[in-house]
Design a protein around this ligand. Sequence first.
Ligand code: ZN
Length: 138
Amino acid sequence: MKSYRKELFFNIPSRRGIVNITEQVQEAIDESKVKEGLVLVNAMNITASVFINDDESGLHRDYEVWLEKLAPEKPYEQYNHNGYEDNADAHLKRTIMGRETVVAITNGKLDFGTWEQIFYFEFDGKRQKHVLIKVIGE
Ligand code: ZN
């Protein structure tokens, strides 16, 4: 069995942002030479997510509005965690949107459902974060 590891680095200039990382994940699969297997993609910071959905800007704005209802950024003093930091909302948003995604690799390609794309979702940006890609298979 082959195994391949790669990290992607992000420094989003705003507090929150969504980045389509589908091409970078496919590049890692190409580098791995795996034709049949699985790829795990996970955020390596607890204030960011990796998720799969549609690359549609209206939907991405809807995520922002929905997450602000569930875990509003402000007022900061509403959260116990914010005695040390101001990013409690970012931890909660990360839990809602998830840590990782796993996609099948078939014939060397990401084996997606209709319209599926892989995204990095930053909830507490303006600093370096990273994502792990782990490819396993034959
Ligand atoms: Zn924190």
